[in-house]
Design a binder for this molecule. Structure first.
Ligand code: CTP
Length: 410
């Protein structure tokens, strides 16, 4: 067996590790949510630096952000120490996130005016900029704001939200700051799009266990939770890919920026994947489609009548989805095994015309259904195999994508 390659999340073990993120906070009631965002950015591994407008400090104290970022917060453009710092902050940034971004801030960004440290940092940086607007719906819908937002979009500024809902004014409409988890997802997508090795690529991922109807209330299913597929979709998104995630029913949130297609049965999954893979660069088949389905689903609920002591459901074979799909680019399958891992995986690799197959022993500790981690062996069509250590499903996703990237370059 070949020596495993070192596992890297493109040099990181957390999604934002090694990234210097500058968070600009402007004066909106939503500024309190920026504290949660700052915390989530740190948890994702970012080195965080916070700049605030004087108005923002009236809503949340700089001490809050100083504690969360473990750095001094820059506010005053004119203090001697900070005058030097302002351009340095902009230079250090790998990304600038302005959350919340008020209508006033957006107007200044559009015109290039720099009345405060947040707008000044935006003008002085060459890093990608993401803004998360928050304001009253009438201000958001005003032609002046609409025009300013269009100017920023045309200039390449990424915009997340605003969400619709109840606003501080008591009105309902668009204007709520996006949730911190959405903003972090949008930032990860932006960093991928601007510096990821899958920028411009289309990756299709399948996830979850299909459900095959017995009658309108019952189905045949399996234990797949979809976690592995969702982690792959997230990793591909973080590396800049356009991602289509075709998923059977699962209890997971869609990663921000990922196009999700919901299906129920294996036949529906085949149709959705056939449509999604016409021009894809890679198909990663991590779903667990049922191999068999009830020959005919009853149209009405099957009743438990008194004279009935058993029940037989006649099953017919489902199509093998990945084997049926013609191309899709680099073809990656999974092999869930309980014994003879290498033999079964290699046989599937050949039979399904795959470039890679990711095999795991579903009975091993830490790599079964619903776990956060996985321990896999990757078999290549060229014959080599790599046993990877137990790691997070996100890291497994990156390990697979590292190999897909190599095949795409070849
Ligand atoms: N797969 C598929 N269509 C199916 C069944 C499986 O595309 N109807 C895909 C899976 O998504 C996976 C690979 O084929 O990428 C292997 O799936 P697995 O369940 O391990 O193997 P099977 O081919 O179903 O064989 P067996 O059940 O005999 O192990």
């Amino acid at each position: 067996m070949a020596e495993p390659e070192p596992i890297v999340l493109q040099g990181r073990t957390l999604p934002l590790e090694g990234r210097h993120v500058v968070l600009g906070v402007t004066g909106s009631i939503a500024a309190y949510k920026a504290a949660d965002l700052a915390s989530k950015l740190r948890q994702a591994g970012a080195e965080l630096e916070v700049v605030m407008t004087p108005a923002a400090t009236r809503f949340v104290t700089p001490l809050t952000f100083q504690s969360l970022s473990a750095r001094p917060v820059v506010i005053d453009m004119f203090s001697a120490a900070e005058a030097e710092a302002h351009v340095e902050v902009a230079r250090r940034a790998d990304a600038l996130v302005i959350a919340p971004a008020t209508a006033d801030c957006i107007a200044h960004l559009a015109s290039g005016a720099t009345p405060n440290m947040v707008t000044l940092t935006a003008l002085a940086t060459t890093a990608p900029v993401l803004i998360a607007p928050a304001m009253d719906n009438q201000m958001w819908e005003h032609p002046a704001t609409r025009a300013n937002v269009e100017i920023l979009r045309a200039r390449g500024v990424a915009i997340v939200g605003p969400a619709s809902g109840r606003l501080a004014s008591g009105r309902t409409g668009p204007g709520r700051l996006s949730e911190p988890v959405e903003i972090v997802g949008a930032l990860r997508a932006l960093l991928g799009a601007t510096s990821g090795d899958f920028a411009g690529r289309h990756v299709v991922v399948s996830a979850g266990g299909t459900r095959e109807a017995i009658d309108p209330v019952r189905y045949v299913g399996n234990h797949s939770t979809g976690m592995m597929g969702f982690a792959i979709a997230e990793a591909a998104r973080d590396r800049g890919a356009r991602v289509t995630l075709v998923t059977a029913p699962v209890a997971l949130d869609t990663p921000v920026g990922v196009e999700r297609v919901d299906v129920t049965s294996a036949e529906q999954m085949l149709a959705a994947l056939a449509a999604a893979t016409t021009e894809s660069d890679a198909i990663i088949m991590s779903a667990a489609p049922a191999d068999f389905r009830p020959a005919a689903a009853a149209t009405q609920k099957i009743k438990k009548t008194d004279d009935r002591v058993d029940m037989t459901v006649e099953m017919v074979k489902n199509p093998d989805i990945i084997a049926t799909l013609a191309g899709g680019g680099v073809r990656v399958g999974f092999a869930a095994e309980t014994e003879n891992l290498a033999d079964f995986a290699r046989a599937k690799l050949t039979a399904k015309r795959l470039d890679l197959i990711v095999a795991n022993d579903v009975t091993a500790a830490g790599s079964g259904f619903g776990t956060e981690t996985n321990e896999v062996v990757i078999f290549h069509a060229s014959g080599e195999s790599e046993a990877l250590p137990l790691m997070s499903k996100l890291a497994v996703g990156h390990a697979i994508l590292d190999r897909v990237a190599k095949l795409l370059r070849a």
